[in-house]
Design a protein around this ligand. Structure first.
Ligand code: CIZ
Length: 308
């Protein structure tokens, strides 16, 4: 980064901090956000960690730097606090792959199955599900509930990964995250040739054949813990490129390489310091969840929290 760009970020970051005081706000940023956005956050982490960090906050406003389903989760768990999303259009194509009608249809097709919903779903989908899970606790949740048949929504790759860690019958809904699903076996192979000593860490939203080549399939929070505890010096990372920033910051003595340049989520990159400032100045992009949906969605999240 040039000195000019760095100075520009500093000015904007100062403005964000002033607005934060004015609004009595807390700012949280997902691990996939741009580095300069992560730097202004009170907390960084995965979506659930962030939503939980906000619980009990004395702030009047939560500024969520991430995508819509994450801000919704914060609104579900913090109904008395105003939640602002850092960019109006920052959505999640994976979450949008299932709507209430298709969920109803799939439930009718598998009436005996319990619905386990990845947190990457809208509030309405969580409300229609029996329990939520994250990429970190999918297998733990599936194994802890009494049901023997599971309808896993919406990510087929995460669902497949979970199915390799349980004896239960898992029905896969055919959704996927385009960013992770794009990662190929060839790209992993080439990266391994370049860095033969490196540990390969990929996200469970990657395809099964990619996961098979990895040393570990981990959520973002698990990757941070794994890299911190490992004796390895080199890591090949198969998740959204924003993750390199916290990995490098927390492990300055280790090297992290992105497996493919295509590991960029366009929605995560919509948020910039400028959009955070605009959002806070205008108090716009307020995320609300109708109470009837919120209560049911919260039940599915809390059932997961009780297990994991
Ligand atoms: O739930 C999250 O934060 C996502 C999308 C990924 C992860 O592994 O943290």
């Amino acid at each position: 980064m040039t000195d000019k760009a760095r100075a520009g970020f500093k000015e904007l970051q100062k403005e964000v901090l002033e607005l934060k005081r004015e609004l009595n706000a807390i700012i949280v940023a997902h691990n996939y956000q741009r580095p300069e956005v992560q730097d202004i956050a009170d907390f960084t982490g995965d979506s659930l960690e962030l939503a939980r960090e906000c619980v009990g906050t004395r702030a009047e406003v939560i500024v969520f730097c991430g995508v819509l389903f994450m801000a919704e989760t914060a609104a579900i768990l913090n109904p008395d606090t105003m939640v602002l999303l850092s960019h109006r259009d920052a959505g999640c194509p994976l979450a949008d792959m299932i709507d209430v009608d298709s969920l109803r249809e799939w439930k009718e097709r598998y009436p005996q199955a319990a619905v386990v919903a990845y947190v990457n779903t809208t509030a309405a989908i969580k409300a229609g599900s029996d329990i939520c899970c994250t990429s970190a606790n999918g297998a733990e949740v599936v194994n802890a509930i009494p049901d023997e048949e599971i309808l896993f929504i919406p990510d087929r790759n995460l669902g497949h990964y979970v199915s390799t860690r349980t004896d239960k019958k898992i029905v896969l809904y055919p959704g996927f995250c385009a960013t992770h699903d794009n990662l190929t076996v060839e790209e992993v192979g080439k990266a391994r040739q370049r860095y033969p000593e490196a540990r390969v860490l990929v996200h469970p939203e990657c395809r099964p054949e990619v996961i098979e080549l990895a040393d570990a399939a981990l959520s973002t929070s698990q990757m941070l813990r794994y890299a911190g505890a490992s004796n390895a010096k080199d890591f090949l990372i198969g998740t959204e490129e924003g993750m390199l920033y916290p990995l490098r910051k927390q492990n300055p003595d280790k090297e992290f390489h992105l497996i493919s340049d295509s590991l960029v989520c366009p929605d995560m990159k919509m948020t910039t310091l400028e959009t955070v400032i605009e959002t806070m100045k205008a108090r716009k992009n307020i995320v609300t969840v109708p109470e009837e949906i919120r209560v049911r969605a919260k039940r599915a999240i809390e059932r997961m929290l009780a297990i994991s």
